[in-house]
Write a protein of this length. Structure first.
Length: 337
């Protein structure tokens, strides 16, 4: 598999909303284009142009989502295009456009936020009723309104339930169940995103690899329940004494990774000094203090995630060897070469 295909597959697997926009865009274009060609062949250039414009807009919005990552704007553009296209086709071809409106009502609740999809759905239903000569009787009009409202309601309920389940799955997939910190899978994804963003707009990024000293002895002497309590309290301390933009991950066992944005070497030292003081003051086991060692590494230009972590890990090893309860900063790759 080529690197490009690998990146595409990675984004589709890890970005639910981008996947919806992509799948809908592909299916929508494949469904609409044949009708556009048919209407051109039948001599109805105006209706064919409307279908073609809708297909082109959907394609452009999907490409915009891929290039910029602005999924809400792309989804809103597709949703508005869906509704207006359906109403225009109804205006040009009569009841034929009504069938497309059902598809638009259903799709829009998955393409955009439900709070935006609801008023957009009502707008589409109202506009569809304003097309002259679209209905043969009041009963037919009432039937169409009722069925469209029911489709919108069912779409809302299903989209709402899907969003809840997706959020739960995202939490299970990215959060460590014991401590509540992000897990290693989330760390790998967020480090990759941070490195990519840093290549576009360079800034100082630091990794702080933290390890609780003699943690195995705590488990052996006081039991695993006490060890679990120490881990949870340690995470709570870090989260309450770091910035909202700093991200904490459980790397494995008693090791944690703290990703620090816009932080240089002096900033890393300050962060660790504050955390170390908090751990000394507030984290104790049977009145015995708990200590923490750390290795830090600043991201070097062009450095991979694996190499960055390896330098932080090597620095942590030096901190352990030097007596624990201390910080070691990894030299830059150029300095250590």
């Amino acid at each position: 598999m080529t690197p490009l295909l690998s990146r595409i597959r990675f984004r589709l697997r890890n970005d639910f909303q981008l996947g919806i926009i992509t799948v809908f865009g592909a299916i929508g274009v494949l469904a609409i284009l044949p009708f556009s060609l048919l209407r051109f062949a039948q001599g109805n250039a105006l209706a064919g142009s409307v279908d073609l414009a809708v297909a082109c807009t959907i394609t452009g919005a999907a490409l915009y989502a891929w290039i910029t990552g602005k999924l809400e704007r792309a989804g809103l553009l597709i949703s508005v295009c869906n509704l207006l296209g359906s109403v225009l086709v109804e205006l040009l071809l009569g009841k034929t456009g009504l069938y497309w409106l059902y598809v638009a009502l259903l799709a829009n609740f998955f393409l955009i936020n439900r709070r935006a999809a609801v008023p957009l759905a009502f707008l589409g239903i109202v506009l569809a009723q304003m097309v002259p000569g679209a209905f043969e009787s009041a009963v037919q009009r009432a039937s169409v309104i009722t069925t469209q409202l029911l489709v919108a309601l069912f779409a809302y309920l299903f989209a709402h339930r899907t969003a809840i389940q997706h959020a739960m799955l995202e939490t299970l997939a990215s959060q460590d169940p014991l401590t509540g910190a992000r897990n290693r899978r989330a760390m790998e994804q967020e480090l990759a995103v941070a490195i990519a963003a840093n290549q576009r707009r360079p800034r100082s990024l630091a990794l702080l690899l933290l390890d609780l000293d003699h943690f195995k002895q705590i488990n052996d002497r006081y039991g695993h329940d006490m060890g679990d309590q120490v881990l949870r309290r340690f995470v709570a301390l870090i989260q309450s004494h770091t910035r909202a933009c700093d991200r904490l991950f459980r790397y494995g066992g008693e090791e944690f990774v703290l990703l620090l944005e816009n932080t240089d070497a002096a900033g890393v030292a300050t962060v660790f000094a504050n955390l170390r003081a908090c751990v000394h003051a507030e984290l104790r086991v049977q009145n015995a203090p708990v200590t923490v060692s750390a290795g830090a590494a600043l991201l070097a230009p062009g450095e991979s995630r694996e190499a960055w972590l390896a330098r932080a890990d090597a620095a942590l090893y030096r901190a352990k060897q030097a007596g624990r309860d201390r910080l070691e900063l990894a030299p830059s790759p150029a300095a250590s070469a």
